[in-house]
Every structure is written in structure tokens, then in C-alpha cells.
Design a protein around this ligand. Structure first.
Ligand SMILES: Cc1cc2nc3c(=O)[nH]c(=O)nc-3n(C[C@H](O)[C@H](O)[C@H](O)COP(=O)(O)OP(=O)(O)OC[C@H]3O[C@@H](n4cnc5c(N)ncnc54)[C@H](O)[C@@H]3O)c2cc1C
Length: 619
């Protein structure tokens, strides 16, 4: 057992993850909780952490209510449509009605916003997106959090939540270790806000071997946001709703600015508009959803996937026309230089100048996240003024574990929050957490030394596995006594890819495959008791892997439960290929029993709180 120091920190609000939602939570907690002790713990360094680490070129969620550009109701309709009808409208509405104030603060804090020279308003990229010079987006929001927190801990990975020994369904803090010093950290806290991002690399990625690590979603997003609450017995929702993205090939560069601002378009290898070709086939699968405007993201993916399977690939983005305009050409390059430098580098390495060559597109491996065009995550309470009883249990964004809150990718059911909406949701969660404390709900929490010591043993076990087993290495890195994190990761990705609907099976799965996948994930779970870590960095990898594996179990259970194909283009249930509104126009909710490890599943109603535009006009 290594002789690492133990540090105890007692606080009122503990924010796990200092990305967009975590910085928002930390900032807002101070506003409402002047005298409270607020601590934010981040695995990396909050100046450059999370999905926004490299910067962004657009804020994808801004209503523009001051100019009557959009109203929160419009955004709910938009998200509902894109998610094929299934969202938590209370959460979406709540985020949308507050998001503009967040963006206005970003502006005040010095984030360079592009302005429309004619109107003086923020420069729109699309209906919801506004354009920014966003290379320094993350350091700017991090500064607000740093000024608000009592303490920011960087380089500490949170591995487990602590539970109250007086009430087994109440949180008591969290534990983790410092990846540089190896020290053990115990945070006893009255409330915990989990804001630890989504999950990449649970499915086998397209880029393997020399390209490993290249991915659309941040490679360091390892599903802690889900694994921490799942392990504590919190309910999760819509975990089957993984996202697949159409992106520039090999560099995974985003296409939003290209479609929306540069007005580029896609075509197949023969120069045809292939999307139209798949209309009738898609209509048979999903009915009238294919006639909705805008076409839901998954259905556009569906046409892409079908076209490639039918031999019509590669699919190209037609850039040659737009890039003849020097202004658009500049925007096209800047879009990547401020956000996804890797795409520009990949093009350079492949001799692609989009002015003369139309670059290829591809569909990504699936990711799990709650803030993009998808809504996997924790089942949380909504706001008191609009949430129906099934969606409300006292404190906004509180999970089904008392005192445990979530925001951003952590929270399920509320898609299309993006960076600004995630920060906003962090603010909402923090405000509610302060109220929870003020209402005296966090009294008499007991977290004893034994609980902490037990976690300490568990956390460092991979180091011990390695130290004991390394003398038995039979060749290279092969040991009969342990597996390395990278070996475990590749095994996990293979299981998820082949059985749960990844790229190598064109996103197809079925009941038999899912059941087999669950079996294999169980075996993996057992073997991960023997994961070996040679240093603290590998210890982090070991824990990232364990969090990914638990998240994957939950994704697989949900995918098995929903017996329909709700989002063709994200994944297909080969045994239930059609959308089935009669039986599955509902949200799926799971809970893993922390004692037995068994998942139970239930259906929850989808309430359409916001009326349709047509009905609104008619009334
Ligand atoms: C490639 C890409 C492009 C995007 N483009 C745009 C865009 O153009 N415009 C836009 O508005 N939005 C965009 N988004 C969406 C936006 O980035 C997310 O909505 C937002 O970052 C989600 O916030 P979050 O706080 O939930 O997660 P993140 O911002 O990812 O933050 C999670 C944080 O938790 C930390 N963490 C993880 N695990 C642990 C742990 N165990 N212990 C401690 N800390 C931990 C991570 O290091 C990270 O800092 C994009 C996202 C991606 C992935």
C-alpha cells in the first residue's frame, strides 16, 4: 500500500468537474451562498479543461430574447423535434429562459463576440448559434469560477461519492486522488454537484493505432458524470440515446459553421443529393418524423449511413464553391484554428485545400452525453413552477439521491444545451444546492473514517496489482496477474462496438447481441478488479476505464429495454427496426442497486408542456 498523504476538506458545496457546467455552478454558488464554503475539484486544470478546452467558434445556444429573435418555447420545440419527441421539456425550458443572461455575462467578462455590422446584434451563425472568437472561452469562464470558489483543486480525479451513514440515500461528499502527487483527498460536503462531462471512447473509435486518441469528443471525457451517480444508486435516463456525429473525416472537425454560415452542402461520390434518395425508406421506419423541419439530426445521419452502405460513398462536403469567396474561406479556416486545430493539420497532411478539393465526411463512433443533440444522463428534479409531479421532488437539478445535483452533460433529458446552456444549468443547480442547505436538509450528515479508509484501499489497488504482478510478466506487457488500462479499454470498446451498435456493425444491434454484450461487460467488470497501474497517471487511466465500463453497462441495459428504433442514424435495434410511438413514446429510467449491482428499468411519461407552433397560432 503506497504511503500517500490523506487530506481532508470539509465544505458546503463540492463541484466535481470544472468544465462549462462546473464553472457555472461554482460562480453561481457564491452569488447565493455568500458565507458558504465552495470547492471545485477538477481532473485537469480548469483553465483548459473539458470539451471547451481548445476553444469554440460559436455559442450554440442563445435565444436573443432582447431582440425577440427566439423565445424559450421555440427552443423546447426545436429540441423536442430533434430528439424525435423525447425530451424533458421542463428542464429544456428552464435552461432556455436563463441562457441569455449567461451569454451576456460572457460578453461582459471579455469574450470576443462577433457582431453583425448592420444590426449591431450578435452575429448569428444559425437560428440558435452566435459566433465568437472563442479560443480563450475556457480561461475566461475559469476566471469567474476561480474568483468565486474558496478553493479550486486541479489534477484531482474524483473516483467515488461518499454517502451519509445516517441516510443511505443522501450524499456526503466525494473522494479522489491527485494525479501528480498521488495523495488521497477526502471532501466531506453537504451537497455535491456533479459536472464531469460525458463519455467518449466507450465505443471503438474510427481512429485506432497511429490515430488513437483522435476523436470528436474530448478523449478525457470518461463518463465519471454517469458512473459516480450510478454507483451511488441515482436514477439515470435516456442512456440509450448515444450520439453519432457527421464530421470531417479523420480530424472530426465540426460541420456547423460550414452548413450554417458558409452554406456548404453534402453530396455522394456521384455528385448527387443522396438525402432525398432515402426519404421513402426512412418514412417507412419513422413515419411523419421525416417530414419535420429541421430534419432531426439522427435522420440525416441515417441517410448518410444508408448511402455509404449502399455503396454511394465517400460523402463529400462541397466547399469548393463557398471557398471562392475570400471572406468565407477565412471563416472556414478560422473555424478550425480556434476550435479543432487537428482538422487543419489533417487536411494539410493529406494535401487537401478545401478551395480546390471537396473534403470527405464520415459518421463518428457513438458518444454518451447530455448537452449536445442527445440527452443521456441523470434523472433530475425540474423547477417547481413548471415541472409536473413525476418530474419534481423539491430541488431543481437534484438527482434521486438527496443532496446530489447535476449539470451539463451529467443531466439527462435536456438536449441542445451546449456550452452556454451547460454553464446555465450549473448556475441553476448551484442556486438549488444553496437552498437545500438553507432549508436545513443537509444536517447531521455522517461520514466516518472507515468509509474513507475503505475507499482509499479500493482506489490504490491497481498500483498494488501492478507492483505484485510485474515480476510475472511473460513477455512485453503481458502479465498473468493483471491487465493494463489500455488493454481493458480496448476490450471494452470492442464489446460496445460489436454488441451495442458501434461503427463496425453500422450501428446495428438486437436483443441477443445486447444480452451477450452484458455478459461480456460483467466478465470485464470482474477482470477490472485486476487492472494494474504502474504510476499515478496509469492509476487515473484505470479509474477512467472503470467509470467508462460502468457507464457502458448502463447504456447497454437501456438499449436492451427500449424495444424500438427511435433514433435511426444513432443506432438500430435490428429486431425492432421501426419507431413505435404507441409503446415507446416515453422516457426510460434505470437504477442500479449499489448493493447488488443489478439494474432495474422503468418507463416514465413524456409531458409535452409546450404546445406546437401550429396550435399556438390557431388558438
Ligand atoms: C467537439 C465538441 C465541439 C463542441 N462545439 C460546441 C460549440 O461550437 N458551441 C457550443 O456552444 N458548444 C459546443 N460543444 C458543447 C460543449 O462543449 C458542452 O456542451 C459543454 O462543454 C458541456 O459542459 P460540461 O461541464 O457538462 O462538460 P465539460 O465542459 O466537458 O466539463 C467536464 C469537466 O469535468 C472534468 N472531469 C471529468 N471527470 C472528472 C473526475 N472524475 N474528477 C474531476 N473532474 C473530472 C473534466 O476534466 C472537465 O473539465 C461542443 C462539444 C464538443 C465535444
Amino acid at each position: 500500500m503506497p504511503k500517500n498523504k490523506t487530506h481532508y476538506e470539509d465544505c458546503d458545496i463540492l463541484v466535481v468537474g470544472g468544465g462549462m457546467a462546473g464553472t457555472g455552478a461554482t460562480f453561481e454558488a457564491r452569488h447565493w451562498g455568500r458565507d458558504l464554503k465552495i470547492v471545485c475539484v477538477e481532473k485537469a486544470n480548469i483553465d483548459r479543461s473539458g470539451a471547451v478546452a481548445q476553444g469554440l467558434y460559436a455559442i450554440n445556444c442563445y435565444m436573443g430574447m432582447q431582440w425577440n429573435e427566439n423565445q424559450p418555447e421555440d427552443h423546447v420545440r426545436y429540441a423536442r423535434n430533434d430528439l424525435m419527441g423525447l425530451v424533458r421539456e421542463d428542464l429544456g425550458y428552464d435552461m432556455a429562459r436563463h441562457v441569455d443572461s449567461t451569454v451576456h455575462m460572457f460578453d461582459e467578462w471579455g469574450l470576443p463576440m462577433m457582431k453583425n455590422p448592420k444590426t449591431g446584434r450578435y452575429q448569428r451563425e444559425g437560428k440558435w448559434q452566435i459566433m465568437i472568437h472563442g479560443e480563450s472561452y475556457k480561461p475566461i469562464v475559469a476566471e469567474a469560477a476561480k474568483k468565486s470558489a474558496d478553493k479550486i483543486y486541479n489534477r484531482i480525479m474524483i473516483t467515488h461519492l461518499l454517502m451519509d451513514e445516517n441516510n443511505e440515500n443522501r450524499v456526503g461528499g466525494a473522494v479522489g486522488f491527485n494525479m501528480r502527487t498521488g495523495d488521497f483527498h477526502v471532501f466531506r460536503s453537504k451537497t455535491v454537484i456533479v459536472a464531469a462531462g460525458g463519455a467518449s471512447h466507450i465505443f471503438k473509435p474510427r481512429s485506432v493505432g497511429e490515430g488513437m486518441g483522435r476523436t470528436w469528443y474530448a478523449p478525457w471525457s470518461n463518463g465519471s458524470a454517469y458512473a459516480l451517480p450510478i454507483a451511488a444508486g441515482a436514477k439515470m435516463t435516456q442512456m440509450e440515446n448515444r450520439i453519432v456525429l457527421c464530421r470531417f473525416k479523420d480530424g472530426y472537425g465540426p460541420v456547423g459553421a460550414y452548413f450554417l454560415h458558409l452554406k456548404t452542402y453534402t453530396q455522394n461520390a456521384n455528385g448527387e443529393n443522396y438525402e432525398k434518395k432515402w426519404y421513402d425508406q426512412t418514412k417507412k421506419l419513422v413515419g411523419e418524423y421525416i417530414d419535420h423541419h429541421p430534419t432531426p439530426t439522427c435522420l440525416r445521419n441515417h441517410a448518410f449511413v444508408q448511402e455509404v452502405m449502399a455503396g454511394g460513398g465517400p460523402i463529400h462536403m462541397v466547399t469548393k464553391e463557398a471557398f471562392q469567396d475570400p471572406h468565407l474561406e477565412t471563416v472556414g479556416w478560422e473555424n478550425f484554428l480556434g476550435m479543432t486545430v487537428g482538422q487543419a493539420v489533417v487536411w494539410a497532411s493529406q494535401n487537401i485545400d478545401p478551395k480546390y478539393t471537396n473534403p470527405e465526411l464520415t459518421t463518428s463512433e457513438p458518444y454518451v452525453m447530455g448537452s449536445h443533440a442527445t440527452c443521456s444522463g441523470a434523472w433530475v428534479s425540474g423547477p417547481e413552477d413548471i415541472s409536473p409531479p413525476e418530474y419534481f421532488w423539491g430541488y431543481n437539478r437534484m438527482m434521486t439521491v438527496e443532496g446530489l445535483f447535476g449539470a451539463g452533460d451529467t443531466v439527462g433529458g435536456s438536449a441542445h444545451k451546449f456550452s452556454s446552456g451547460s454553464f446555465t444549468e450549473g448556475r441553476l443547480a448551484a442556486k438549488a444546492a444553496v437552498k437545500y442547505i438553507e432549508d436545513q436538509k443537509a444536517k447531521n450528515i455522517k461520514v466516518g473514517k472507515d468509509q474513507c479508509e475503505n475507499f482509499r484501499k479500493i482506489i490504490y489497488k491497481p498500483l498494488e496489482n501492478y507492483t505484485v504482478g510485474r515480476n510475472e510478466i511473460t513477455g512485453g506487457t503481458v502479465s498473468p496477474s493483471y491487465i493494463l488500462p489500455i488493454q481493458g479499454l480496448q476490450r471494452l470498446q470492442k464489446i460496445m462496438d460489436e454488441y451495442v451498435g458501434g461503427i463496425s456493425v453500422n450501428y446495428m444491434t438486437n436483443e441477443n447481441l445486447l444480452k451477450k454484450g452484458l455478459d461480456l461487460l460483467k466478465w470485464l467488470e470482474e477482470d477490472l478488479e485486476h487492472v494494474g497501474a504502474e504510476d499515478y497517471h496509469q492509476l487515473m487511466r484505470a479509474w477512467e476505464l472503470k467509470h467508462r465500463a460502468l457507464t457502458s453497462q448502463c447504456v447497454t441495459e437501456h438499449t436492451l429495454f427500449r424495444k424500438e428504433t427511435r433514433w435511426p442514424g444513432y443506432y438500430y435495434r435490428g429486431d425492432h427496426l421501426k419507431l413505435d410511438d404507441e409503446n415507446w413514446h416515453c422516457l426510460t429510467v434505470s437504477r442500479r442497486d449499489p448493493k447488488t449491482g443489478k439494474f432495474t428499468m422503468e418507463k416514465m411519461p413524456v409531458y409535452h408542456i409546450i404546445g406546437d407552433e401550429e396550435k399556438k397560432k390557431a388558438s
